[in-house]
Design a protein around this ligand. Structure first.
Ligand SMILES: Nc1ncnc2c1ncn2[C@@H]1O[C@H](COP(=O)(O)OP(=O)(O)O)[C@@H](O)[C@H]1O
Ligand SMILES: [Mg+2]
Length: 221
């Protein structure tokens, strides 16, 4: 839940307002695409939604999830732009990490199950430097869902996959969201990826230009 969210950055040549007065609600089971040109504020907005950054003014709250200090890694899963895997850890260790940070039980089995959702279990013992960009994105998606979060925030999670690979990753993420009732919010430049979501928010200069409901493909919530 966001009410009149603003985020400004102080820079040499003045203040940049990256997010300007955004208000919205995200419900369980929804899948939302955020689209818009580079620099329009997508990443800044996702960071606020994920609780990784605090607004300059306005309110960002997670009434269904809890307070800010209990959100990650358990309640909110994050897929960062360019995957951001820990280079010294193998694929499976990267995916186990959020579970070890929260509860620690059966981390390996749960990490393998999450990798399997994205067809990446055969990559389990590889290091990030041995993965292609697209493989790393599949592993990053597995890492984001491994704690069974109620909300997934993904910043251009398919930028290094080809069209078919991007479709598979998003389909599986969507199917997982529908099974678990989790909400998914993805920033993307790819209209085909956005078309798989049930809402599309278009941003320009830090503001929502349009927020379209796609009734043809509604989620569970
Ligand atoms: N940490 C930061 N410090 C200063 N300016 C920033 C910072 N993060 C983002 N910005 C600025 O805010 C605007 C929105 O950036 P961003 O949210 O990354 O957009 P997008 O993800 O849509 O490309 C840009 O003008 C960018 O330069
Ligand atoms: Mg960005």
């Amino acid at each position: 839940m966001a009410a009149d969210l603003w985020r400004s950055f102080q820079r040499e040549r003045g203040v940049v307002a990256a997010v300007q007065g955004c208000s919205f609600k995200i419900h369980a089971g929804e899948a939302i695409a955020i689209m818009g040109p580079s620099g329009c504020g997508k990443t800044t907005l996702l960071n606020l939604i994920a609780g990784l950054d605090v607004p300059s003014s306005g309110r960002m709250e997670w009434p269904g999830l809890g307070s800010l200090d209990t959100l990650r890694p358990e309640r909110i899963g994050v897929v960062f732009q360019s995957a951001n895997l820990m280079p010294a850890l193998t694929t499976i260790e990267n995916v186990e990490l959020p579970i070890l940070l929260s509860s620690g039980t059966e981390a390996k089995a749960r990490a393998l199950a999450a990798l399997a959702i994205f067809g990446a279990e055969i990559l389990a013992s590889k290091l990030p430097e041995q993965l292609s960009g697209g493989q790393a994105e599949r592993v990053a998606a597995a890492r984001a869902i491994v704690t069974n979060p109620e909300l997934i925030v993904a910043d251009e999670p398919t930028g290094q996959l080809d069209q078919a690979g991007a479709a598979i990753l998003v389909d599986r993420l969507r199917a997982w969201g529908q099974q678990t009732g989790s909400a998914i919010i993805i920033a993307t430049h790819d209209e085909r990826v956005a078309a798989k979501m049930n809402r599309i928010w278009r941003m320009r200069h830090g503001k929502f230009e349009s927020m379209v409901e796609r009734s043809a493909c509604t989620g569970t919530g």
